[in-house]
Design a protein around this ligand. Structure first.
Ligand code: NYM
Length: 243
């Protein structure tokens, strides 16, 4: 991958069990970074707005039933479709020159243009906060008993986060929080397995935050954790690779 010495946006991922507080903390983090003047977007996976996302949503709400591997690959595809999008070459006025030296645009022989959506955002200086990412994919599917290496394989080549913030909550405490919403997976026994599968992926690069603290304390710790990562981000964007 071509490296650029210009500063770029940061890729920040929030992970954790269901009801660990990721979604409200992601919004708070967004406001904080915007307040500091950083261009920031909040994304979430699954992104239920796409057609793949709608299949996932139907599965989660028990309206459809899919094989474990099939749904695993759909979750992954839902990330890939935000990593790379393919457009008719409608970008007639698109400033190709601007992207000349980078590799986020690929012209294809079929007259379509392939755009590395995520990469383009980052290179345009936009910081992305992502509510769930590959680690959810691997944790929830391997908790069902699928081989963890098999689960990781389709994630290889997605963009690697600059920081993973893990909101750590005992499954029992999460279950007490206003109950689960009734979607698939929202059961204590299963969440215990998911917690173990998160632990299996957690390494020293993750920032683990105690999600049982008061909301404001968690918010502050997340702010401190990201601050170093959002200013003058110059390291090249990496792909998730085989570990
Ligand atoms: N989930 C989420 C997966 O099983 N695999 C994935 O790759 C992702 C991103 O979807 N219980 C599960 C975790 C959640 C559920 O997520 C829906 P949310 O954040 O409640 O919309």
């Amino acid at each position: 991958r071509a490296s650029s010495s210009e500063s770029r946006g940061a890729l920040i991922v929030l992970e954790g069990l269901d009801r660990s507080g990721k979604t409200s903390q992601s919004s708070r983090l967004l406001s904080y970074l915007e307040g500091l003047g950083h261009s920031t977007e909040l994304w979430r996976f699954p992104d239920r707005s796409t057609s793949v996302g709608q299949m996932i949503s139907a599965y989660l709400s028990n309206k459809s039933h899919l094989d474990d591997r099939t749904i695993h690959l759909l979750f992954s595809a839902n990330r890939w479709e935000k990593r790379v999008t393919v457009e008719v070459s409608l970008y007639k006025n698109f400033d190709y020159q601007k992207f000349q030296d980078s590799n986020e645009l690929f012209s294809r022989s079929d007259g379509f243009t392939q755009i590395s959506l995520m990469e383009t955002q980052l290179k345009n200086g936009i910081t992305l906060i992502i509510d769930r990412y590959s680690y959810s994919g691997v944790a929830f599917s391997s908790a069902k008993g699928l081989d963890i290496e098999w689960c990781k394989a389709p994630e290889v080549g997605l963009l690697a986060p600059d920081i993973v913030l893990y909101l750590d909550i005992p499954p029992e405490k999460a279950a007490e929080r206003g109950g689960y919403g009734g979607e698939r997976y929202e059961q204590l026994e299963f969440q215990r397995k998911v917690a173990k599968c998160y632990q299996a992926q957690c390494d020293s690069s993750w920032k683990v935050i105690d999600a049982c603290q008061p909301i404001e304390d968690i918010e502050k710790q997340l702010q401190d954790a990201v601050l170093d990562h959002v200013t003058d981000v110059c390291q090249p964007i990496e792909d998730i690779d085989k570990q």
